[in-house]
Design a binder for this molecule. Structure first.
Ligand code: XMP
Length: 506
C-alpha cells in the first residue's frame, strides 16, 4: 500500500509503525534499491537521514517514477532533498533545531493540516534548514525558529515537513499521517490483524499448495504464530518439530508440548537433552557454548526433518526487523546482498523457505496471534534465548547445575506471576554464578553457590533497565530459593542497565 523510502534515519521503522497503527500496510525499502512494483504503491513517504543533502555521498535517488505520479510525503531530509533539487535552497541552520518546538503558523483551509492548529508541538532533529522553498511550493507551517516547517507543491500531491511526525513528541504526528494517507491519498484503513490472517492464509495456500512444510517450534511467540497460520492454510501438511535441548525452563518441554497438541498442531517433541549436554561437557566459553548448541540443533533438526518424507518447505518465524535491508550511513553503495553457498548446508536448509510473519513487527505478531485466539499467556511469554540456561550458567555446564538453576528460575518466575509482576517485566531469569560463599544453616557452616536474579524492562532488548521490584517480593523470593533449593545459600539482584551491561551475563 504505502512505500517508505529509507535514507538511513534512526526513525524510519517508527514511521512504519505509525502508518500501520492507522491500519494501513506499508513497506520500508532502501532509497538505492527501489522495488520493481513502485507503481503498485498508493503513496510514498521519504524518511529522514543522517546525511546533508549538500554532502557528496548523500542519497540522491531518481524520484521521477514517484513525484507528481502519486501522493508523496517528504519528511526532514526528504523535505530538504525536494527543496535542494527543485529550485529551493538548503543551508546549515544557525539556530538550534533539535527537540521540541511549537507551530507558530499553520495555513488555514489545508486538508493536510485539518484538525491541527498553531501551538501544536512538533519534534525537530536537523542541522540543515530550508532557506528558500522549491519552485511552486506553498508554505503550510512555521515554528519560531524554522520558517519553512511544512510546504506543499502546487498542482501535485507532494507534501513536505521538516519535523518528524513519527516520534511520540510530535503530538499531532499521527493525525498528520492520517490526513495525508486517508484524506489526501484516499487509502482505506483496512489492514487489520483479521485481514492479515485472511490474506496470509490465502497466500500460503496458493504458495505451498499440497506440499509438506517442516517448522521448528521454540515455544516462543513468533514460531508459534507462524505455525498456527501455516496450520490454518495447509492443515496436517505442516509438520512441527519441538526440540528439547535440555536447557529449557523447568517442565517447559512437556508443558509447551501439551499446549501445542491442545492447539491441534501436528508436532513432534524430540528430547535431545543428553545429546546437547554431552556435547557441552567441559565447555565454558560463552561463544563456544552457543556454537555447540547451534551445531547440535542443526544435526537434530536435520535428522528429524529427514523422517518427514517429501518435505518441500522450511517454515520460519522470521519477523520484519530481521529482514529490513538497512541503509548504511557510511556510503550509499553499501546495500550489498550476501549470497549463501548452498553446497555445504544440511539438507533442511536447502528447502524452500516460507516465512508468514516476515512483514510484521513483534507487537503485530502478538495481535495476529490474539486475533486467531491464541492463549494470552503464550502471547505474553517473556523472550528466552535460544541457548537457554546454557548462557545463564557461568562456566561449564553439568546436568546438576541445570537442575539447580531450573529450580531457582521456577521460584522466581512463578513468584513474578503470582504477584502480578510478570507482565510488567520484559524479561526475567536467574543466573548461576561460579562463585561459592560461606553461610550458616542451623549450626552448620555451608559453602554453597550464589545465584543472581535479573529482571529488565525494554522494548526490543537493544537497551534495557533493571526493574525496581518491591523489596518484599525480593525478600520472599530469596528466602524461598535458599530454603528450597539445595546447593544455593546466597541470592543477589542485578541492578545494571544495558548499556553498559547486557541483559544476559554471557
Ligand atoms: P543481551 O545479553 O545481548 O541480550 O543484552 C539481548 C537479548 O537477546 C537475547 N540473547 C540471545 N538470544 N541467542 C538468542 O536466541 C543468543 O545467543 C542470545 N544471547 C542473548 C537475550 O535473552 C535478550 O533477550
Amino acid at each position: 500500500n504505502v512505500l517508505i523510502l529509507d535514507f538511513g534515519s534512526q526513525y524510519t521503522q517508527l514511521i512504519a509503525r505509525r502508518v500501520r497503527e492507522l491500519n494501513i500496510y506499508c513497506e520500508i525499502h532502501p532509497y538505492n534499491n527501489l522495488p520493481d512494483n513502485v507503481s503498485d504503491f498508493k503513496a510514498v513517504i521519504l524518511s529522514g537521514s543522517p546525511f546533508s543533502v549538500r554532502g557528496e555521498d548523500a542519497p540522491h535517488p531518481d524520484l521521477s517514477e514517484i513525484r507528481g505520479k502519486r501522493p508523496l510525503l517528504a519528511v526532514c531530509y526528504g523535505a530538504q532533498y525536494l527543496a535542494h533539487f527543485s529550485g529551493g535552497e538548503v543551508a546549515p541552520s544557525n539556530t538550534r533545531e533539535y527537540g521540541r518546538a511549537n507551530l507558530s503558523f499553520v495555513k488555514g483551509g489545508e486538508q493536510f493540516f485539518e484538525d491541527i492548529t498553531t501551538g501544536s508541538q512538533v519534534w525537530m532533529s536537523h542541522s540543515d534548514t530550508i532557506k528558500k522553498l522549491p519552485t511552486g511550493a506553498i508554505r503550510l507551517a512555521s515554528t519560531g525558529d524554522v520558517e519553512n516547517a511544512a510546504y506543499r507543491i502546487e498542482n501535485e500531491e507532494t507534501y513536505a515537513i521538516q519535523f518528524h511526525p513519527e516520534v511520540y513528541h510530535s503530538t499531532d504526528g499521527k493525525k498528520l499521517l492520517e490526513n495525508f494517507l486517508i484524506k489526501i491519498a484516499n487509502i482505506s484503513p483496512d489492514w487489520t490483524p483479521d485481514s492479515f490472517v485472511d490474506s496470509t492464509v490465502a497466500e500460503l495456500k496458493e504458495k505451498v499448495g499440497n506440499d509438506k512444510v517442516v517448522l521448528g517450534l521454540s515455544g516462543g511467540v513468533d514460531s508459534t504464530v507462524a505455525a498456527v497460520l501455516l496450520h490454518k492454510a495447509i492443515g496436517e501438511n505442516l509438520h512441527c518439530i519441538f526440540v528439547n535441548n535440555g536447557l529449557l525452563r523447568k517442565n517447559e518441554f512437556s508443558a509447551v508440548l501439551k499446549q501445542y497438541e491442545g492447539m491441534g498442531l501436528n508436532v513432534k517433541g524430540v528430547d535431545a537433552s543428553a545429546r546437547f549436554l554431552d556435547a557441552l561437557a567441559g565447555e565454558s566459553d560463552p561463544e563456544g557454548k552457543r556454537k555447540t548448541i547451534g551445531r547440535i540443533f542443526i544435526e537434530v533438526f536435520d535428522d528429524e526433518s529427514h523422517k518427514i518424507k517429501d518435505a518441500k518447505w522450511l517454515g520460519q518465524g522470521t519477523i520484519y526487523p530481521d529482514v529490513i535491508e538497512s541503509v548504511s550511513v557510511n556510503g550509499p553503495s553499501a546495500t550489498i546482498k550476501s549470497h549463501h553457498n548452498v553446497g555445504g548446508l544440511p539438507d533442511f536448509m536447502k528447502l524452500k523457505v516460507v516465512e508468514p510473519l516476515r512483514m510484521l513487527f513483534k507487537d503485530e505478531v502478538r495481535r495476529v496471534g490474539a486475533s486467531m485466539g491464541l492463549d494470552p499467556e503464550l502471547l505474553g511469554r517473556h523472550p528466552f534465548p535460544g541457548p537457554g540456561l546454557a548462557i545463564r550458567i557461568l562456566g561449564d555446564i553439568t546436568p546438576e547445575k541445570v537442575s539447580v538453576l531450573q529450580e531457582v528460575d521456577a521460584i522466581f518466575i512463578n513468584g513474578l506471576k503470582e504477584n502480578g509482576l510478570y507482565d510488567k517485566v520484559w524479561q526475567a531469569g536467574a543466573i548461576l554464578l561460579p562463585v561459592q560463599s560461606v553461610g550458616v544453616m542451623g549450626d552448620e557452616r555451608t559453602y554453597e553457590n550464589c545465584v543472581a536474579l535479573r529482571a529488565v524492562e525494554s522494548t526490543d532488548g537493544m537497551t534495557a533497565d533493571w526493574v525496581n521490584l518491591p523489596y518484599e517480593f525480593l525478600q520472599n523470593t530469596s528466602n524461598a530459593i535458599i530454603n528450597r533449593v539445595k546447593g544455593v545459600n546466597r541470592v543477589v539482584y542485578d541492578i545494571s542497565s544495558k548499556p553498559p551491561a547486557t541483559i544476559e551475563w554471557e
